[in-house]
Design a binder for this molecule. Sequence first.
Ligand SMILES: [Zn+2]
Ligand SMILES: [Zn+2]
Length: 149
Amino acid sequence: MNNTSDIASGGCHCGAIRYQVIGEPDFVGCCHCKDCRGSTGAPITIYPTFPEDKVQFTKGKRQKYESSPGAFRTFCSICGTSISYESPWNGKMIIGFHISTLDRPELFPPDKHVFDIDRIQWFDTADHLPRYATLPGNGDAIRHGPIDK
Ligand SMILES: [Zn+2]
Ligand SMILES: [Zn+2]
């Protein structure tokens, strides 16, 4: 994505739910937290996050599950695809779309890892992005790259 007016699209596996996002995401991180892992079944989640007003759901109705107070995980009730993480952030709702629900995930490379404290011990990735124990606002990166073995 190069332009603030660029539109990207995505949806669930069966196609019942479709969405569009406009412009650059506020955040693209790899998240290792237990809530993300538990709600997707995956060892890690990667999600470009947009303010709610830059998102339009163009088809279908997503189901919502409140994974912690005020924070929702959404999914397709037909195919079960985990679609988004939605929560208040700095006074507005933000929506993070799981990377593989986007039609062109290559447009949104992550720039950090968050919640390394919750990382599955045997799981790591080979990139040299900064790893934060929790979120960047809570301290410096604890390393840049995979754990030494
Ligand atoms: Zn579906
Ligand atoms: Zn998470």
